[in-house]
Structures are given as structure tokens and as C-alpha cells.
Design a protein around this ligand. Structure first.
Ligand code: PLP
Length: 422
């Protein structure tokens, strides 16, 4: 039997955090009607709000205001970085290589794929069984083809498993070869060190809604000397790189959550202790989040003999919101490209579940999950036993771990990590 709990318990912060009171208040306070580019008084007021927010966002992330390009979120920031920097790097020399981690979010993968139209040769950096990229692959590639490499894009922490990547080492290796590095910081802000100046990165992507800010605002931090070609043409706002009317209210709300003291990362992680204990003792549960070098407040595990989507449904009926971690396209859940890249087979990868906590989470929330989960597992296993599992195409990130060879990545096939990946 699945234990019933009162009211929905939200354990899916990695997909999106509830709006924080600070963001709501800042949004309401910044409610000015003017377009920040309008010359009248209200326009000037909106511009003031926007530029103050830009300064606060920059200060919180160790950047200069001129380095903050406001976007509609993490996806657009990743698109600008991957396609925009790739294109800018072709201006004075031919640099076809575009290196991305094998477990990057769809926002990086799909845009790398789109960069093929600009001549990109996309190479995926393989990962080991913990989901951590091969530094040997990066070093060997840079030795052989550093001069032909336009950009490396490597996320700070994976959104499905929480595996933290050695971005600092990659930046050091890349610096010796004169190659800029972009990092997707969307999951890391507030939980991992994200000081842009100290990072040595050329660019980093951030998003407000993972932190309790509104959906629809984010930023690309791009060093002053980093060329970025626009992806969408228009009025030339935001350094001439990101056109469209600027969202002063959204920026103010984003700045407010960055200014606010969020929960301490260690405290977030401690909330998951009861789940860690269950994963350790339950024979069907296998941890997929590394023990060390992980994003605080997130756990991924697979359930042997069950489908993650069935568990999400059963737990939802019990009043608990969790996620499989990867997305489904056209209603068909596919195995996660992240888990496949880590060497899991498809059936195992389809049993993935992700639990993520945030500012509003309590120990009681996680205890309720731990109480409900064994029953849900039993039912999902029983359901899987009578269902003929559909066959799934292996998605793009299929470079086998342990074989770090410079193989060009095939274009993604919109299976896992596609539309809706969080
Ligand atoms: N990158 C990562 C690692 C993410 O987890 C997400 C969230 O889904 C994104 C990019 C996309 O961000 P947004 O939802 O703001 O477009």
C-alpha cells in the first residue's frame, strides 16, 4: 500500500522552484509600464530598474554589469553561447570543433547540433560511470586540435544526476590552447561556487526559475572580450546580441532571489539523509548520483524492474511530486541520454527517478517519500512485469564510456533530454 499524505509534497526543485516571496515582492515593486528603451519618464524609470537589477545580478555572480546579457532563461543563454560564440570564433580563422560534455542539457546539445549548419563538428566528451567527463579526452583533443577548436561547453552540474564536472580543470587546459569555455550554471547557482571572475570562463548560463525567480528570465554572462553573434535578429538590445523588449520586472525579481540568502547547500543535502538510507538498504534501488562531487539537494537512482514514469505517476497519486529527470517527447518516455552515456543499458535507464529539494522542503517531506516509495516500487515492478516494454532508439550521446575516442556526435534524435528536459 502507498501511504497517503496530506497535500502535494514538492520534491522536484531541479525542474523549477516555487516563486520566492522576495521575487514576488520585487516584481510587484518594479511594476512600471515603460519600455526600458522609451525616452519618457516611465521608460527611464524602467531602465533604472533594469540596470539596477543587472548590477545586482552581476554582483551576485562575480561579474561586471556589462557582462550580463539578459535572456528569456537558461535555454536561450545556452543557445547564444553555443551558436553565438561558435559563429563569432569563425570570423578570423576556421575552427570547426565544438566540444560538449556527453551529458549536457538539451539546450546545449540541440544548439550544438544546430551549429552544424554553421560548419561545426560536434564532439562529445565521454563520461565515466559517475557521469564525470574524461579530462584525458579533453587534453588529448586540445593537444591535437586546439587551434581548430571554437569552444568547449561543459555544465557545472548535471540536472539529472547532480554529477559535478571538473570545469576548473577544463578551463585551465583550454586556456593553454587559447580555447574559450562556456559552462551551463543553471543547476549550480546558489549551491556550488559560481563566481564568474574567478572561474576563468568565457561565458556561463543562468536561469531564475530554478532559484525561486520567475520563469522567463535568465542571463548569459559573457566576458567583455568574448564575441557572440546574435541568434535572433531584432532591435539590438543587450549588447546587440539578444533582441527583444527587456523585462525590467523579471530582472528585478531575478536579482532579488540572487540577493536573498537561500538555504545552505549542506542543509539541503542533509534533508535527503532518509532517502540515502532507503537507497542503501532497498535491494531494487541503485544510486546514480555520485557520493562525492555532487550537487547538494538532488538524488538520482534507478529502480530495478520498474519504469520511472510509472513511479512518478504512483507517487503523484500519493501526493508527492518527483521526476524521472529526463523528458519525454511526444508522450513517449525514452531512456535518459545521461544514464546511457554513463554506461547503463536502456531498461535500467528507464527506471530512473530524481528527487530534488529546495527552500521550502522539510525533512517530513522526504520522510513521506521514503514511506511511500517501497509500496510504489512494488506496484511499478508488478506493472512492468505484465507490460511489454517498447523498444527505444538509442539517443545521440552514445559514446561508450571507457573509449574516449574523438568520434563525431550524431545529431540528437529528440528522444531523451528533448522538449521539456529540466
Ligand atoms: N540547463 C540546465 C542544466 C537545466 O537544468 C535547464 C532547465 O531545464 C536548462 C538549461 C534550461 O533552462 P530554462 O528552463 O531557464 O530555459
Amino acid at each position: 500500500m502507498i501511504a497517503r499524505v496530506n497535500g502535494p509534497i514538492y520534491l522536484d526543485y531541479a525542474a523549477g522552484a516555487p516563486l520566492a516571496p522576495e521575487a514576488r515582492a520585487a516584481w510587484a515593486e518594479a511594476d512600471v509600464p515603460g519600455n526600458p528603451h522609451a525616452p519618457h519618464r516611465l521608460g527611464r524609470r524602467a531602465r533604472q530598474v533594469l540596470e539596477q537589477a543587472r548590477e545586482d545580478i552581476a554582483a551576485a555572480l562575480g561579474a561586471e554589469s556589462a557582462e550580463v546579457i539578459l535572456t528569456s532563461g537558461g535555454t536561450e543563454a545556452d543557445a547564444l553561447a553555443v551558436r553565438g560564440i561558435f559563429e563569432a570564433r569563425q570570423k578570423d580563422a576556421e575552427r570547426p570543433c565544438l566540444l560538449i560534455g556527453a551529458t549536457e542539457h538539451a539546450a546545449v546539445r540541440e544548439n550544438a547540433s544546430l551549429a552544424r549548419a554553421l560548419g561545426a563538428r560536434v564532439l562529445e566528451i565521454p563520461v565515466d560511470s559517475r557521469g564525470v567527463v574524461s579530462l584525458a579526452f579533453v587534453a588529448e583533443h586540445l593537444d591535437a586540435r586546439g587551434a581548430e577548436t571554437a569552444l568547449i561547453s561543459l555544465m557545472v552540474a548535471n540536472n539529472e544526476t547532480g554529477a559535478v564536472q571538473p570545469v576548473t580543470v577544463v578551463v585551465e587546459l583550454a586556456a593553454q590552447a587559447g580555447v574559450p569555455v562556456h559552462s551551463d550554471w543553471v543547476q549550480g547557482v546558489g549551491k556550488l561556487p559560481t563566481d564568474f571572475r574567478a572561474s576563468g570562463l568565457a561565458a556561463a548560463s543562468v536561469s531564475a526559475h530554478k532559484l525561486g525567480g520567475p520563469v522567463g528570465i535568465g542571463a548569459l554572462l559573457a566576458g567583455r572580450g568574448v564575441g557572440v553573434v546574435q541568434v535572433v535578429g531584432g532591435g539590438g538590445q543587450e549588447r546587440g546580441v539578444r533582441s527583444g523588449t527587456q523585462d525590467a520586472r523579471g530582472a528585478a525579481a531575478f536579482a532579488a532571489v540572487l540577493r536573498a540568502d537561500g538555504p545552505a547547500p549542506e542543509a539541503l543535502d542533509a534533508l535527503l539523509a532518509p532517502l540515502d538510507a532507503l537507497i542503501a538498504e532497498h535491494p531494487a534501488l541503485v544510486a546514480r548520483t555520485p557520493k562525492w562531487g555532487r550537487l547538494p539537494g538532488l538524488r538520482s537512482f534507478t529502480v530495478t524492474g520498474a519504469r520511472g514514469e510509472a513511479l512518478v505517476y504512483l507517487l503523484d497519486r500519493a501526493g508527492i511530486a518527483v521526476s524521472t529527470g529526463s523528458a519525454c517527447a511526444a508522450g513517449v518516455a525514452g531512456p535518459s541520454h545521461v544514464l546511457l552515456a554513463m554506461g547503463l543499458d536502456e531498461a535500467t535507464a528507464l527506471g530512473a527517478l530524481r528527487v530534488s529539494v529546495g527552500a521550502g522542503s522539510t525533512l517530513a517531506d522526504v520522510e513521506a517519500l521514503v514511506e511511500a516509495l517501497p509500496g510504489a516500487v512494488e506496484r511499478a515492478q508488478a506493472a512492468a512485469a505484465v507490460t511489454v516494454a517498447p523498444r527505444h532508439a538509442r539517443p545521440a550521446a552514445g559514446i561508450a564510456p571507457g573509449r574516449p575516442q574523438a568520434r563525431e556526435a550524431p545529431p540528437p534524435r529528440h528522444v531523451a533530454g528533448g522538449p521539456g528536459a529540466a
